[in-house]
Design a protein around this ligand. Structure first.
Ligand SMILES: Cc1cc2nc3c(=O)[nH]c(=O)nc-3n(C[C@H](O)[C@H](O)[C@H](O)COP(=O)(O)OP(=O)(O)OC[C@H]3O[C@@H](n4cnc5c(N)ncnc54)[C@H](O)[C@@H]3O)c2cc1C
Length: 401
């Protein structure tokens, strides 16, 4: 059965797809948002669990630099729907924002649920309808094929936006199955981005410190140092500072060693003075806690290194304790996905060159960025661009030159 009533199908109801739908519906064009899950925006809700980092307040050149090799392709889209526009949009949905000490921008509510609720309400007012539990299977000629609870259906809209996400956290909906459905379209392999790494902790360390935060540390790899926090997990390490270096760590392939400065606020010389105090009968652990001000998990890291054969120069160890990473955690557990539809496959308005009338937005495109609000910002900006692209395309179709 083919439904002709919908003018535009947006497949994927995450932030990119919903922003495309909003842009199109605002122009009075009928839009149906289609998603394989029973509700929309599940990953957005998950993103709000640890504090929804909407965007970043840093000035534009520094902001753009976070998108690496996709920077030049994304820059015009980020200019068209800028961080300021994202903040205004969020506030327009009744969710005031604030700038955190790191320059990151959050809704005051911190959670995504009030924002998503207000957004879906607005979309409803604009006439956007949704089809849930409809899984896109690919094309049958020019028609879109779906598996639905009522069997297989096809749709033949005038334009389509694909906003199917990456492949992390597949139970939230985006499973990357679209890769095999976009036959003939060049793409970079999907890989984990902003993910943890596996560390061969000793049993003793694992039992004592799994789940412990490493606060105010600096992580160094390949000449790049990032200050922030991390968490020791049962089988590895994750958290903001690790994510910030995750792309070069992943690209280094195989086993690598990172160095953690456990007291980045103290110079080597200042720390050496503290460690020159007589230790007396104190255990190494007590001494390190008292003289160097290390948290127990920091002491544990130093002890892991000593057991692993590191030199017993405590000052140098505290300033650069080596941690061996065996490899990246799998894509399913990553915050985001690198890779996706190659930029050369889409035009400036994000329409597939080989499938006119089909637009791509969000994490499906080949870009990656660190955490810090850059992910949602790019999803909103590409969603807005794809929506504007659809409107321009429909205009061209109705009055061809
Ligand atoms: C734990 C966690 C925390 C995060 N925190 C932040 C943060 O604070 N700030 C930030 O900027 N980013 C954060 N992110 C990343 C952010 O959530 C994603 O970058 C963003 O949701 C991607 O948006 P999207 O619209 O491209 O895809 P998604 O949000 O993944 O949406 C894609 C949609 O497509 C649907 N779909 C997929 N395949 C099909 C199909 N075949 N048929 C029909 N529907 C389909 C899915 O069900 C899904 O609803 C976080 C991510 C995680 C996992």
């Amino acid at each position: 059965m083919t439904h002709a009533e919908t003018t535009v199908a947006v497949i994927g109801g995450g932030p990119a797809g919903l922003m495309a739908a909003e842009t199109i519906a605002r122009a009075g064009v009928s839009v149906t948002v289609i998603d394989r899950m029973p509700s929309l925006g599940r990953k957005l809700l998950m993103a709000g669990r640890g504090g929804l980092n909407l965007t970043h307040s840093e000035p534009v050149p520094a902001f753009f630099a976070n998108y690496g090799s996709a920077r030049d392709r994304l820059a015009p889209l980020l200019e068209a729907f800028s961080p300021a526009a994202a903040i205004a949009w969020c506030e327009g949905l009744g969710q005031p924002t604030f700038v955190g000490s790191s320059g990151r921008v959050f809704p005051v509510a911190m959670k995504a649920s009030p924002l998503l609720r207000a957004w879906l309400g607005r979309l409803g007012t604009l006439g956007v309808v949704s089809r849930l539990r409809w899984c896109w299977l690919g094309w049958d000629g020019d028609a879109l094929r779906f598996a639905t609870p009522d069997g297989e259906r096809t749709l033949a809209p005038a334009a389509t936006v694909l906003a199917l996400g990456g492949a992390s956290w597949p139970k939230l909906g985006s499973d990357g199955a679209w890769v095999s459905r976009l036959t003939g379209i060049a793409m970079a392999p999907l890989r984990p981005a902003n993910m943890g790494f596996v560390v061969p902790w000793s049993e003793r360390f694992r039992q004592k410190f799994a789940g412990e935060p490493l606060k105010r540390i600096a992580l160094t790899f390949a000449g790049r140092t990032v200050r922030g926090e991390a968490v020791a997990t049962r089988d590895g390490i994750e958290g903001g500072a690790v994510y910030a270096l995750s792309a070069p760590l992943r690209d280094a392939l195989g086993e690598v060693v990172v160095h953690i400065d456990l007291r980045p606020d103290l110079s080597h010389a200042a720390l050496a003075v503290r460690l020159a105090r007589p230790r007396g009968s104190a255990s190494l652990s007590t001494f390190l806690r008292k003289a160097a001000g290390l948290a127990p998990v920091g002491v544990g890291l130093v002890q892991e290194a000593l057991h692993g054969g590191a030199s017993d120069d405590l000052c140098s160890l505290i300033k650069a304790v080596p941690v061996r990473l065996l490899g990246a955690k799998p894509l399913e557990r990553a915050i985001s996905t690198a890779g996706g539809v190659a930029w050369d496959e889409v035009d400036a308005r994000l329409m597939l060159r080989r499938r006119p009338g089909v637009f791509v937005a969000g994490e499906m495109l080949d870009w990656e960025a660190p955490t810090g609000g850059y992910l949602l910002q790019a999803c909103l900006s590409t969603g807005s661009a794809a929506g504007a692209g659809v409107l321009a395309w429909l205009d061209e179709q109705s009055c061809p030159t």
